[in-house]
Design a protein around this ligand. Sequence first.
Ligand code: SAH
Length: 478
Amino acid sequence: MSNTDEKQRADEPGREDSDVLHRDPAYFQYYSQLQHQQNMLQDYVRTSAYFEAITLNGPSLFNGRLVMDVGSGSGILSFFAVQAGAKHVYAVEASNMAAKMKTILNAAKSNGAASRNAYLADRITVVSAKIEEPRLVEEVPTVDAIVSEPIGVLLVHERMLESFIYARDKFLRPGGAMMPSSGTIHLAPLTDTDLWNETIVKARFWQQRAFYGVDLNPYFQPAFDEYFSSPVVGCFSPSALMGDSAQHFVDFHTVGMEELKAFAIPVEWHIKYTGLMHGVAGWFDLAFVPPATAIAPGTVPNATYMSTSPASPATHWQQVRMLLKQPLAVNAGQVIRGSARFETNDQRSYNVTVRLICLDADESAAITTDEALAAVLEAQKARSRSAVWYLQEQIYNYSYTGDPIPAPRPEGANMYLPVDALLAESAGPAPPNPAAATTAFQEAAVMAVQAAATGPTDFLVTTASVAPGAASQDAMQL
Ligand code: SAH
């Protein structure tokens, strides 16, 4: 649909979402379509994680409580909340999905007890508005829990987390629960000869000297810039990772609006293989850990986790790969230091700026301040790299099957173990499982809620998306 058509639709008399369509037409037009809601519902990793997180916390968090669903879309999270015993759910949705949701609820009422959805009747109020609409503060009461799926590629794309946090500050009672409770961004060093080659070939198209009689070279540099500043969204094998990820933990109960708008992730990657680093891989984890202050006395809360890592089953978010214009040669045992800075832009997304340098382990150990790191980055150009990626300029790469991609031995990805490590593989006991990173984010999520309050700390734990066999060395071999 063209923008003009949208504006005309937005101007139809009596149209409840006119205001919202005017302000952010393309975004809410996208979400008003059932096909896009379906794409999310069919992501079974995502939908099961929310189903478990909400229904398994029925007695502890939702039973008899007031709930808000921020960006309710098809209404699925509101329906789960009612299944979990919520007294009433306020479903706030800015797109025309709000009208569609009213239809399903009206049908639930008018068909009476014969309706399969009869249990939903009178338990949900659809609020057709942006959550930021000032009048909502009068119309919607304070709630005990907020459910939402405000997550984009690499956790933060779409900037809907800001609406989730806004809802917390305006509508959540003190001590209430945010579900999800936290997210963790992961960034890891990536080797990917095929993707890098495919990308440079596309850019080199513009180096043709006689394309239908035209010399295209003036377009080469901007094309090169464009391709290498565009994150590639798609799944890939975890064997393309040259070391463990740097992590950035975001606690949705406490994070401030300003911290969401600009943040830096310090990088210290201990490189496991000799090879070429072509870029940075990114993904995220989500945790649903209700805070002790929100839990009904005498009940056992449930903690649910899901991961979108390359070692977990694929989700509709997939992962991202962000390429360097020039690969960086690294040796096993070296350390890549630097930072990735995230800053919001006006495209509902982020500019991600990295500065990285490859150091020997003893050189890295000697650098203990940000100033010293900045100085060495400045001085040592040949082994430094910088890049800016625009998170909204996503290129899709569909070379995935939906299952975790089997991990070949590192040599298959042009990565080489130090001789000692190669021999050690066959000698001693199995090395520690890199899935430990998953445990670390689970611990961080629990610690965050424990730090906030005293109370029940024993969680019944479910992990929605651990790959079948992910715990085995072969599936997780980095
Ligand atoms: N909760 C649904 C839909 C998630 S997609 C599910 O889990 O399947 C996010 C939804 O939030 C979209 O339908 C979008 O239109 C809505 N949304 C985004 N920003 C919003 C805002 N500021 N106010 C209200 N709704 C918003």
